[in-house]
Ligand binder design. Sequence first.
Ligand code: NDP
Length: 244
Amino acid sequence: GTVDLGYRRSLCPPPSTGIGRDTVKALRDSGAQVVAVSRTKEDLVSLSKERPGIEPVCVDLGDWEATERALGNIGPIDLLVNNAAVLLEQPFLEVSKEAFDRTINVNLRSVIQVSQMVAKGMIARGVPGSIVNVSSIVSRAAIFCLTSYSSTKGAMDMLTKIMALELGPHKIRVNTVNPTVVLTHMGRRVTNHTELAKYLKERTPLNKFAEVEDVVNSILFLLSDKSAMTNGSGILVDGGYLAC
Ligand code: NDP
C-alpha cells in the first residue's frame, strides 16, 4: 500500500538506480511532489517517464559550487533523503588522496550542504520536517578495503546526532537507515567478492541480504509522522548482522 506522508514536497538525491530511485517512486506513489537529484541525465529521463511529474535536477553532488547553483533556489522542501554515495575500494595502505577526498565530498560534505539549504528553508517557513541520511552497517562494523567509504558512514551517524540536536528545537527530525548489503549496482561490487559475500550472509541471523524495498520502507517510516518521536536515531536494516 501507499503511505500518506502528509507533506507536499520532498528532495531525494539521487534517484538513478537502486535505493534512491525506488524511494523517489514510493514517495511519488504516496502523493508527494518529488525533486529527484542525480548525476546521470539519462537516469533522470527514464525515471521521469516512469513517474511523470517529478522535478529532475542533474548535478554532481560532490561539486560544492555546482550543487549551490543547482539547488540553491530549490524552493520549499518538507522532507529530505540524503542517499548519494560512492564506494571506492582500496586496501588501507593504498588509500589515495583523490579517492578519499571524492568519497568525503560526495558521501558526507554534500549531506551537510544540502541539509543546510533545506533546513534553512524549513526554519524560515516555520514548518516541521524530516531528514533521513542513508548510512550503512559499515559505520559500525569493519569490512576489508572500505576505509574511505566506511569513514564517511561512521561520520554520517555522528553528523545525524549533531543535526538532530541542533535542528530538533525547530521541529526538524534527523535519522539514519543503516542497511546491510542490498543487491544494487553498489551492493554487487561487494558481492562480486564471493568469499566476502558468503561470509557476510552466513554471519547474518536471517541468512540473507536486504531488498531495496526493505530499505525504502524504513526511509518512508522515518520521513512520516509515524516516527514523530524518533530523532537522532537509526534503523538497522541488517537481518541481525550487528546483533552478534
Ligand atoms: P547505487 O550505486 O545503485 O546508487 C547510488 C546513486 O548515487 C546513483 O544513482 C549515483 O548516480 C548516485 N551518485 C553517486 N555519486 C553522485 C554524485 N556525485 N552526485 C549525484 N549523484 C551521485 O547505490 P545504492 O542504491 O545501493 O546506494 C544508495 C545508498 O545506500 C548509498 O548511500 C549507499 O552508501 C547506501 N547503502 C548501500 C548498500 C548496498 O549494499 N547497496 C548497503 C548500505 C548502504 P550515478 O550513477 O549517476 O553516479
